[in-house]
Design a protein around this ligand. Structure first.
Ligand SMILES: NC(=O)c1ccc[n+]([C@@H]2O[C@H](COP(=O)([O-])OP(=O)(O)OC[C@H]3O[C@@H](n4cnc5c(N)ncnc54)[C@H](OP(=O)(O)O)[C@@H]3O)[C@@H](O)[C@H]2O)c1
Length: 340
């Protein structure tokens, strides 16, 4: 349990900010201090609903408030770079939603700004803090199932095509990869590390955003990861890790429940259910941020900047192969530039 009570502010009062705010209420050391929106009316409605003490009608006014300790940035990924830099330049600790940025170049700028200002910065990567993920990694690292050689991971949901929707609008960082494909990429990076080969096939929506994308990572040791995401279909939201003596399956059953199956070749199957009685599971990352700040850290040991940067570089690489181009971002680094 952490010591200090921290004043949290929300930057961007959208859908995920609503869930995050209701989760913050579960943490006794989190004070719901300020909500900031581009609209004063919207921030006031949001603040009243979730119990924030102050409502700001601009992000700039909120970050100028010296009482704000931590800002949760919940705008579209296209705006994360500018909003994170706005906060860190004012000395605020920042938890920013995934995807951390549009490109690796933007991510590096954000991390540099946090270093320069000596403030904490972390990507709000939900999965990293879930007990189900930690259990799967623990089983894998125990070696009980032998070496993992292959894995398959997907995250798909159906969202009807609408060029103005954030999910399909390239100006807002649209596409399945940055919205949900980032989760399978995260799993592969955690399990096998940096791939040496990337193959990608994508179906682009008329806006140019990737509607569906399939990715294969190959590793120097021979390991293979098959990943997929889509805005066009429903799927199981499942990750399977195939090992020499069995497999692990992590499957999201509903928003509050994840089932982890550990199936050994010579033994019966073990099924573990991870169920949240309260909240959406976002309080785990918020609690971790406060623990890091109590310990005087500017970077999370669970989700270091080097990992976030590497993940952004892989996402750049996948998008480049798939032919998805955002408006304005600088050229993406190539595999060669990462020394692969
Ligand atoms: N961790 C998770 O499980 C999870 C789930 C969903 C989304 N996310 C991430 O969270 C971020 C926001 O997603 P969301 O679904 O909450 O989006 P959303 O409902 O569209 O909300 C985004 C908010 O950003 C603000 N904003 C600032 N500039 C904007 C612009 N030019 N256009 C639109 N909105 C703008 C708006 O707040 P104001 O009008 O109040 O200024 C808006 O309400 C994305 O990066 C997404 O990937 C994470």
């Amino acid at each position: 349990m952490t010591q200090k009570r921290f004043n949290w502010a929300i930057l961007g009062c959208g859908k995920i900010a609503a869930k995050f705010s209701s989760d913050l209420k579960l943490l006794p050391n989190a004070r719901l201090y300020a909500a900031a929106s581009r609209s004063q009316y919207k921030s006031q409605v949001f603040a009243d609903k979730y119990g924030f003490e102050k409502a700001y009608g601009s992000y700039e006014e909120m970050v100028a408030d010296p009482e704000v300790d931590i800002v949760y940035v919940a705008t579209p990924h296209s705006h994360h770079r500018d909003h994170v830099i706005l906060c860190v330049e004012q000395g605020k600790a920042v938890l920013v939603e995934k995807a951390f940025a549009l490109t690796a170049t933007q991510a590096a700028e954000m991390i540099d700004a946090a270093h320069r200002n000596k403030v904490f910065l972390m990507e709000a990567f939900w999965t990293r803090f879930q007990p189900s993920f930690q259990k799967a990694m623990e089983v894998l690292q125990s070696g009980d199932l032998g070496k993992a050689w292959m894995m398959r991971s997907e995250f798909c949901f159906y969202s009807p095509y609408n060029p103005d929707n954030r999910l399909y609008n390239l100006a807002l960082g649209g596409g399945s990869l940055l919205d949900v494909g980032i989760y399978p990429v995260f799993w592969a990076l955690q399990i096998f590390g940096t791939p040496s080969e990337i193959q990608t096939t994508a179906d682009l929506a008329p806006t140019g955003a990737d509607r569906s994308i399939a990715v294969t990572f190959k590793y120097p040791g021979g390991e293979i990861a098959q990943l997929a995401s889509s805005l066009a279909v429903c799927s199981d939201t499942q990750t399977e890790i195939w090992c020499e003596k069995g497999f692990i399956r992590v499957r999201r059953i509903d928003p509050s429940t994840v089932k982890v199956t550990i199936s050994a070749k010579d033994k019966s199957e073990e099924e573990l259910i991870f169920h949240l009685d309260n909240g959406f599971g976002l309080f785990l990352e918020a609690q971790h941020v406060m623990e890091c700040l109590d310990a005087g850290l500017t970077e999370s040991p669970m989700l270091p900047h080097s990992f976030t940067l590497l993940q952004m570089q892989l996402l750049d690489e996948i998008r480049t192969i798939a032919g998805v181009r955002y408006e304005g971002p600088p050229p993406t680094p190539s595999l060669e530039s990462r020394g692969l």
